[in-house]
Design a protein around this ligand. Structure first.
Ligand code: EPZ
Length: 421
């Protein structure tokens, strides 16, 4: 079993560059199915989630060439209506293929998706949206089938804000007849980025990045080239890592406009940050506890809640962390307590952190992608040796993390237990 071994307590220094956005890449890859032409995606991170989506694309009949953070997808031969269930179950983002396949082939049977264990994460809003667009939807506990000769534009009111459901319906509606309006749409920066790419391929989407998105259906989506935006969650994770370890590091190739609430909340804790046009420098700071609430964009992202909570273990006083999006995304705090943190869980959505605490190294299992990164940060802060297991979860979303952190002077290695006597 592979794991990370971290010898913590070191100050970091130097620069770390942010990769292309995972959560844009996954959607642009699925959107390639809408077209019969070649789609080129640049700045693609080399991470496990992308590997899984490429496997699904190839299973569907597409060809994919990959080199130097660039994917060239030729979807011309896609005509499969039942992607292999084992591939679909490997990650939640596989659900993104359902709409484009329906729009292109007229029918699709998909296994229910898998993914991070951070909450219930149903797909009811996707299915309600496909129904509104005129699809027949037949569902059982293992799979669902969607059928529609031609999708029809509709008014879709989202009962609450959901990122991938917004993106899925936005891309599917591109090939519907007539106009679709999505009301109460999510506004994450990856959504206007996806809309810009689709518009460059002939789609007619307006309002992406606001709560009301309008899509005028078109006959055809052509091929195109998409350069992914920087990954704001990776950027935020690195900035928090710099602060938590009391280090001066420069996080480059980011867009600070996508991190405004993150920056504001960090500054509220007393974080000393230098914000440039495409970088943030962290400096050793006297941190104090604050109250934080996660919220849909432009609020503080749930995906940075776990790293932020680690930071608050190093801040003076009480912090209240309120995770409003997921009911299963605070259980990793138990692992921080094993390391010496003082965190009390009030209910599945709220914890109180009493800091500062001296963390010491332990063997910990990574529960999900973002909590896994939070444990890595905790390991870098802690004295002694931390072992982080189940690292597949981390490598789902962070490219080449060992050598990038070593570049900052971190003492971190990946070892394979089977090879260690
Ligand atoms: C996206 O997940 C991201 N994933 C997540 O990133 C992120 O945590 C989340 O948005 C919130 O920002 C991708 O972009 C691939 P939601 P998504 O639909 O779209 C409920 C990461 O670490 N819901 O906004 O799945 C759902 O259960 C990850 O990179 C329904 O009830 O999140 C949740 O409580 C993990 N029915 C809430 O809505 C539905 O049909 C928000 O989910 C869909 C969602």
């Amino acid at each position: 079993m592979e794991k990370y071994i971290i010898k913590g307590g070191l100050e970091l220094h130097g620069e770390i560059s942010v990769s292309g956005a995972k959560n844009e890449a996954l959607k642009v890859i699925a959107a390639a199915v809408l077209s019969e032409d070649v789609c080129t995606i640049k700045n693609v991170p080399d991470i496990e989630d992308i590997n899984r989506l490429i496997e699904i694309l190839e299973d569907l009949g597409a060809t994919v060439e990959r080199s130097d953070h660039r994917l060239v997808i030729n979807p011309a031969k896609i005509n499969k209506t039942e992607p292999t269930p084992e591939l679909i179950r490997k990650l939640r983002a596989s659900v993104m293929f359902a709409g484009p396949l329906l729009a292109r082939v007229g029918e699709v049977t998909m296994a229910h998706p898998g993914g991070c264990v951070i909450g219930q994460r149903p797909i009811d809003m996707f299915l309600a949206g496909f129904r509104a667009l005129g699809a027949e939807v037949i569902e059982n506990e293992h799979q669902y089938t969607l059928r529609a000769k031609k999708l029809k534009g509709a008014k879709i009111v989202m009962p609450w804000i959901a990122v991938t459901a917004t993106e899925s319906l936005m891309m599917t509606a591109c090939l519907a007849e007539g106009t679709t309006t999505i009301i109460n749409a999510a506004m994450e920066p990856e959504i206007p980025a996806l809309a810009d790419y689709l518009n460059s391929c002939g789609a007619k989407i307006s309002g992406a990045g606001t709560p009301i998105i309008t899509i005028a259906g078109v006959e055809k989506i052509s091929g195109g080239t998409c350069a992914l935006i920087p990954d704001r969650i990776e950027a935020g994770s690195f900035v928090i890592m710099g602060l938590a370890t009391g280090s001066e590091i420069k996080v480059t190739n980011l867009n600070p406009n996508h991190l405004e609430t993150v920056i504001t909340n960090l500054q509220k804790t007393g974080a000393n940050l230098e914000i440039g046009s495409d970088y943030i420098i962290t400096r050793p700071s006297k941190l104090k506890g604050i109250e934080l609430r996660t919220h849909e964009y432009p609020g503080f992202p749930t995906d940075l809640q776990a790293p932020f909570t680690v930071l608050m273990t190093q801040a003076k006083g009480i912090s209240l962390i309120h995770e409003t999006i997921y009911e299963g995304r605070l259980f990793y705090t138990d692992k921080l307590n094993q390391m010496g943190a003082h965190i009390i869980m009030c209910d599945p959505h709220r914890v109180i952190v009493n800091g500062p605490a001296e963390l010491s190294g332990k063997t910990l299992e990574s529960p999900d992608l973002r909590a896994g990164m939070a444990l890595v940060i905790a390991g870098l802060v802690a004295s002694g040796k931390t072992a982080v297991e189940n690292i597949y979860q981390i490598e789902r979303g962070y490219e080449n993390i060992i050598s990038r952190l070593k570049g900052l002077g971190a003492n971190i290695e990946k070892i394979d237990d089977c090879l260690v006597k």
